[in-house]
Design a protein around this ligand. Structure first.
Ligand SMILES: Cc1cc2nc3c(=O)[nH]c(=O)nc-3n(C[C@H](O)[C@H](O)[C@H](O)COP(=O)(O)OP(=O)(O)OC[C@H]3O[C@@H](n4cnc5c(N)ncnc54)[C@H](O)[C@@H]3O)c2cc1C
Length: 453
């Protein structure tokens, strides 16, 4: 199947439910091994190390509410992306940045967090993804004049230009008055699949049809779907080398939470689960060999467990406050959507940062539900705590990158500036604000060139 930015149809697929089948296969395969132990429904809160080497983690068993520390020899962080930082998002509700934040608080750098992917087709009003496969099968985007506007932006690739290009074209159409108004008042464009015919839609895009019918009341074989760009992927993540190793010995990161930079500033469709497979294998083998090497583990710094316990129980669980954390979470994600979306500029980003910092000062750190078992109120407030730190990293990185590259499009700096910005952004934790550094980009076979479709 064709996806955006491809030069040939190279995405293998299973109808439009690829992830579903991948997860089933992975889970089935894991069941065949007696030596894989699952800790289902545990919430990891911190990574413990002695400054150089990994020692363990702390975690809450959600079914009992008990807090534990685990001594361990190696860790692979695979906690996924954090797209729920944005209010209009394709991600699962649990996709908050607690994994990114854990590494950040433990002193590891977050890299290139300003590069956030906005997928062109989030259905209105929910933001649920309408897969690029819909355009891969021949779906069109239309503006309010009924025009297939992508021909003006990407004459050869049309709707299958890369996601950042299509999303920018859509937002340009909207800002120039050629968008539609959804019944909720939100600006959008139309994704037209009618010409594909009902039979093909049912055979190849059944999930899209079901999503449109259930979440928008639209049968795509009869009516176009209302869509707009939606937060879909984080190119940035925990800074790793090409083998997925982090700055702490014994800790690797793989999957969307990691930034080994395979996607550069803009991931192409279907490359993420491929990344999970490749770096799952690489980091898995390296971590296993590291353990088999049998170096004695460093002494376990118990005082860090006590510090973490204090942070979450005194600071959050027993926190006193009057401001509703769910409203704060909603407001935070709306600020991100408004100020650090497809097109960015200095004024919006600075305003976004100011608003996020002001919001953070409010007294939202409290948990009303004091139950031990499955206390989602507690985990939600811990997630919010991590959202603030990582939102700030995205905003300061985006302010600092005064150029346009990949998914980071600045209207005040519309060109790519290799002279000043051909580098990675690294953000390190500090109690006041993130400390930004740069890291050189390794260029091997492919030199950066202007993308033209
Ligand atoms: C709707 C949608 C469709 C997509 N379609 C495609 C596609 O077709 N092809 C493609 O290549 N990519 C696709 N992507 C992107 C791709 O699915 C993700 O990048 C990829 O699944 C990430 O996998 P992961 O294993 O790194 O993280 P995840 O699959 O997000 O898994 C992370 C896991 O870590 C757990 N976790 C997080 N924090 C904690 C904590 N503190 N304690 C304990 N556990 C924790 C989470 O519960 C979760 O189980 C899609 C993404 C979305 C949102």
């Amino acid at each position: 199947r064709n996806f955006g930015g491809y030069s040939f149809a190279r995405a293998t697929y299973a109808q439009d439910k690829v992830g579903f089948y991948e997860m089933q296969t992975l889970y089935d395969t894991c069941q065949k091994f007696d030596n894989i132990e699952f800790y289902n429904e545990w919430f990891v809160t911190s990574i413990i190390h002695d400054g150089q080497r990994f020692c363990g983690i702390t975690a809450i068993e959600l079914s009992s509410g008990n807090f534990y520390s685990f001594k361990a020899k190696a860790l692979i962080i695979a906690t996924g992306g954090a797209g729920r930082l944005y209010s209009f998002s394709t991600y699962a509700l649990a996709s908050t940045p607690d994994g990114l934040d854990m590494a950040f608080r433990a002193g590891m750098a977050l890299k290139d967090m300003e590069f956030v992917q906005f997928h062109p087709t989030g259905i209105l009003p929910s933001g649920i993804l309408i897969t690029e496969g819909a355009r891969g099968e021949g779906g069109y985007l239309l503006n309010k004049d009924g025009e297939r506007f992508m021909k003006r932006y990407a004459p050869s690739k049309l709707e299958l230009a890369s996601r950042d290009v299509v999303s920018r074209a859509m937002m340009t159409e909207i800002s120039e008055g050629r968008g539609f108004k959804h019944e909720t008042g939100v600006d959008c464009l139309k994704l037209d699949l009618r010409h594909l015919g009902k039979e093909l839609i049912i055979r190849k895009l059944p999930a899209i049809r079901e999503i449109s019918l259930k979440f928008s009341g639209v049968d795509p074989s009869n009516e176009p779907i209302d869509v707009r760009p939606v937060c879909h992927y984080m190119m940035g993540g925990i800074h790793t080398n090409i083998d997925g190793a982090t700055e702490i010995q014994g800790v690797w990161a793989a999957g969307e939470v990691a930034c080994n930079s395979v996607h550069g500033a803009n991931r192409l469709g279907a490359n993420s689960t491929a990344e999970c497979l490749v770096w799952g294998k690489i980091t898995g083998e390296l971590a296993a060999n590291y353990i088999l090497d049998g170096k004695p583990p460093p002494p376990f710094p118990l005082h860090l467990v006590a510090t973490e316990e204090k942070r979450i129980y005194d600071g959050i669980f027993r926190g006193t406050g009057s401001v509703n954390p769910y409203e704060v979470r909603q407001e935070l994600s709306e600020i991100m959507n408004e100020k650090a979306y497809v097109f960015r500029n200095e004024r919006d980003l600075a305003e976004g940062l100011k608003k996020v910092r002001e919001l953070r000062q409010k007294s939202w750190k409290h948990v009303d539900d004091k139950a031990n078992e499955y206390n989602t109120n507690f985990t939600n407030v811990m997630e919010l705590d991590s959202m603030f730190r990582v939102a700030e990293v995205i905003l300061v990185g985006a302010i600092e990158r005064k150029e346009s590259r990949g998914a980071h499009a600045r209207t005040d700096y519309p060109d790519r500036d290799d002279k000043n910005f051909l580098h990675h952004t690294l953000a390190y934790y500090d109690t006041k604000e993130p400390i930004l550094k740069t890291h050189p980009v390794t260029i091997t076979k492919y030199k950066p060139v202007e993308r033209k479709y």
